[in-house]
Ligand binder design. Structure first.
Ligand code: NOJ
Length: 548
C-alpha cells in the first residue's frame, strides 16, 4: 500500500462521526446547538480520534424532516449560525486533521423551496419540470417509506392542479433528476460545497435519487462521481442504499468502482442485531460470507446505530419479531412496522461488556466505522419522544442543567434531554473524560487500535472456522501483517476457548486492546473469551516494522 493511496483514499480507513449541529452544543444559549458550539468541540472530537465529521443537514429548512427537507441548498439555517461559521468549522477541523462531509439531499426538496413554490404556480414555470407531475396517480402506487404518515407517494397539489411524486413525506416533492436542468442545478450544489472546502458527501436516499424509470439510471451516479472527482480528486461519496447485497453492489459501479465510493452496510447491521438477539454469531457470519467483494477504490461503512430508526426491513418477519421481542418488547419502541427507535445501550440493558463487544466488533469488521454522536459515551434514547426523535436528543456534556448542552430554558431546546437511568446525571462526557474505565476511553482505545490496523480497511478478510456457534473469529491479512479478531455473542458464564492453529509463520501474538501476552506454541494459539468477550490479536513476525 502506497502512502499516496492512503491519503487519496483517506476514507478507506476513516473514523466517521455523525452529528446534528442543532443537538450538539448551544454556544449562544438560545436553545439550539450552533456551529460556534461545534467549533468548541473539535478538540474533543480530535481527542476521541475522529477523522471525518459527517454533518447532518444544516441548510435553511422548515425542519419537518429533521432538515432532510431543504429550502435553500446554498445556505446555513440561521438557527445554527451563518456560512462564515460553517467555514470556520471546516477550517478548524482541517487544521486538526479532521475531514468534513455534509449531507447531499437531492432526491427531493422541501415544498418550501422556491423551485417548488414557482413550479406549483404555473405549468409555464421554468421550474415546473424540476418535479414529477401527473394528472392522475398511477393505480399501482408504490408504498411510502413512511407508511404511518403517508398513504402513497403521490399528492394532489391544489395550486398546481396536478399530483406530484414524493418518495418520503408529502412536504418533500421528488426532484425530476431525468431533467438536465435539475442535474445542472445539483452539480452547482455539489460544486459549491466542495469549493467551500468539504471533503465529500453522505448521499441521501440514492436508489430513489437515480430512479428515473429509464434503463441507464446508474449513468447519473457515475456522472456525479466523475464531477466530484474533477472538483476534488479525493472527494468521498458515502451513499445510503438499504438494499440486499446483490442489488446494492451495482451502486458501487463497475469493476473499477466508479459510482459511490462507500456505502453503509445495512445488511450486516440488521444481521448483527439478529445475532445479538440469538446470542449466536451465525446470522452475522452468513451476511459477512455473502458480502460482495469490493473494488480497491470502494469501502463499506460499518455502523451500530444512526439517526433514523434501526430498520430491520431486510430480515424475514419471524427474524424481525425475534429482534423486536428481544430489544423492543413494547409497541412504543417500534416504528413503521419495520424498525426500532432505541439506541443500543438501553436495548442491551446497559450491560457494559455486551455493549463494548458490539463496538469492538464493529470497529474490527472490514470497512470504516461510523459513530452516531453520543455513542462514544453510551447515550440512551428518550422513550416517550415520537418516532425517530427518540435518538435525536441533545448531547450530554455534563451533569448540570440541560446536560450542559445549553443555558436556555428546557422548553426552548429542540428536544428534551434523556431522563432516567441514561440521563446526563449518569451518562455524560465530563465524568467519562476523567474515568479511564469509561465507555469514552474504551471507544477512544478502539479508535486508536483501528488507526494502527490498516488491514481492517485494506486487507483480505476471512472468517476462521472454529466450533463455537456463539463466536465470530475473523482475520484481516494486510501486506504488512495480520489481525485476528474474536467476539463472543454468548453472555456471562459462557466462557469459550478458541484454538487458532494457522499462524505458523508468526512469532508473536499481541493483544491490541488489552495487555495479555500470548505465547505461540508451534504456531498454535489458545484464546479464552469470557461471555461477551472480545479480542484483537496482532500476529507479528520477527523484524516487523509496524506499530504494535
Ligand atoms: C434518509 C434519511 O436518513 C432520513 O432521515 C430522511 O427522513 C430520509 N432519507 C428522507 O430524506
Amino acid at each position: 500500500m502506497k502512502v499516496s493511496d492512503i491519503s487519496d483514499m483517506w476514507w478507506k480507513t476513516a473514523v466517521f462521526y455523525n452529528l446534528n449541529v442543532g443537538s450538539y452544543l448551544d454556544w449562544n444559549d438560545d436553545g439550539t446547538g450552533d456551529f460556534e458550539g461545534l467549533s468548541h468541540r473539535l478538540d474533543y472530537l480530535g481527542e476521541l480520534g475522529v477523522t471525518c465529521l459527517w454533518l447532518a443537514p444544516f441548510y435553511p429548512s422548515p425542519r419537518a424532516d429533521n432538515g432532510y427537507d431543504i429550502a435553500d441548498y446554498f445556505g446555513v439555517d440561521p438557527r445554527y449560525g451563518d456560512l462564515g461559521d460553517f467555514v470556520e468549522v471546516v477550517r478548524t477541523a482541517h487544521e486538526r486533521g479532521m475531514r468534513v462531509i455534509v449531507d447531499l439531499v437531492v432526491n427531493h426538496t422541501s415544498d418550501a423551496h422556491p423551485w417548488f413554490q414557482s413550479a406549483r404556480q404555473s405549468r409555464d414555470s421554468p421550474y415546473r419540470d424540476f418535479y414529477i407531475w401527473r394528472d392522475e396517480p398511477p393505480e399501482d402506487q408504490r408504498a411510502s417509506m413512511f407508511p404511518d404518515a403517508e398513504d402513497g407517494v403521490w399528492f394532489y397539489d391544489e395550486a398546481a392542479g396536478q399530483y406530484y411524486e414524493h418518495s418520503f413525506y408529502r412536504h418533500q416533492p421528488d426532484l425530476n433528476t431525468a431533467n438536465p436542468k435539475v442535474r445542472e442545478a445539483i452539480a452547482k450544489v455539489i460544486g459549491f460545497w466542495l469549493q467551500i472546502g468539504v471533503d465529500g458527501f453522505r448521499v441521501d436516499a440514492v436508489p430513489f435519487l437515480i430512479d428515473n424509470g429509464g434503463e441507464n439510471e446508474h449513468e447519473y451516479l457515475q456522472a456525479i462521481r466523475t464531477f466530484v472527482g474533477r472538483r476534488n480528486g479525493a472527494g468521498a461519496l458515502l451513499g445510503e442504499v438499504n438494499l440486499p447485497y446483490d442489488k446494492q453492489i451495482a451502486f458501487f459501479g463497475d469493476e473499477d468502482g466508479d459510482e459511490l465510493t462507500m456505502q453503509f452496510d445495512f445488511v450486516a447491521n440488521q444481521r448483527l442485531y439478529l445475532s445479538l438477539a440469538r446470542e449466536d454469531a451465525g446470522p452475522l457470519v452468513e451476511a459477512l460470507r455473502a458480502r460482495p467483494q469490493l473494488a480497491r477504490t470502494n469501502q463499506w461503512a460499518n455502523f451500530v446505530r444512526n439517526h433514523d430508526e434501526l430498520t430491520l426491513d431486510q430480515l424475514s418477519e419471524d427474524e424481525r419479531n425475534e429482534v423486536f421481542e428481544a430489544f423492543a418488547p413494547e409497541e412504543s419502541m417500534r416504528i413503521h412496522g419495520r424498525g426500532i427507535v432505541r439506541r443500543l445501550p438501553p436495548m442491551l440493558g446497559g450491560d457494559p461488556r455486551w455493549i463494548r463487544m458490539v463496538y469492538s466488533l464493529t470497529f474490527s469488521l472490514p470497512g470504516a466505522p461510523v459513530l452516531y454522536y453520543g455513542e462514544e459515551i453510551g447515550m440512551g434514547e428518550h422513550p416517550t419522544l415520537p418516532g425517530r426523535a427518540a435518538v435525536r436528543t441533545p448531547m450530554q456534556w455534563a451533569d448540570s442543567p440541560n446536560g450542559a448542552f445549553s443555558g436556555a430554558d428546557a422548553d426552548d431546546l429542540p428536544h428534551p434531554l434523556v431522563s432516567g437511568g441514561f440521563s446526563a446525571e449518569h451518562i455524560n462526557v465530563s465524568a467519562q473524560l476523567h474515568d479511564p474505565e469509561s465507555m469514552f476511553h474504551f471507544v477512544r482505545q478502539l479508535v486508536a487500535a483501528y488507526a494502527i490496523s490498516p488491514e481492517i480497511g485494506w486487507g483480505d478478510f476471512e472468517i476462521l472456522p472454529q466450533p463455537h456457534a456463539c463466536v465470530l473469529v475473523h482475520s484481516l491479512q494486510g501486506s504488512m501483517g495480520r489481525l485476528i479478531a474474536l467476539h463472543n455473542f454468548a453472555p456471562d458464564g459462557r466462557k469459550v476457548t478458541v484454538t487458532l492453529d494457522d499462524t505458523d509463520e508468526s512469532t508473536r501474538a499481541i493483544d491490541l486492546l488489552g495487555n495479555e501476552t500470548y505465547l505461540l506454541d508451534d504456531g498454535v494459539l489458545n484464546v479464552t473469551l469470557d461471555g461477551f468477550g472480545y479480542r484483537w490479536i496482532r500476529i507479528a513476525r520477527t523484524g516487523d516494522k509496524r506499530l504494535l
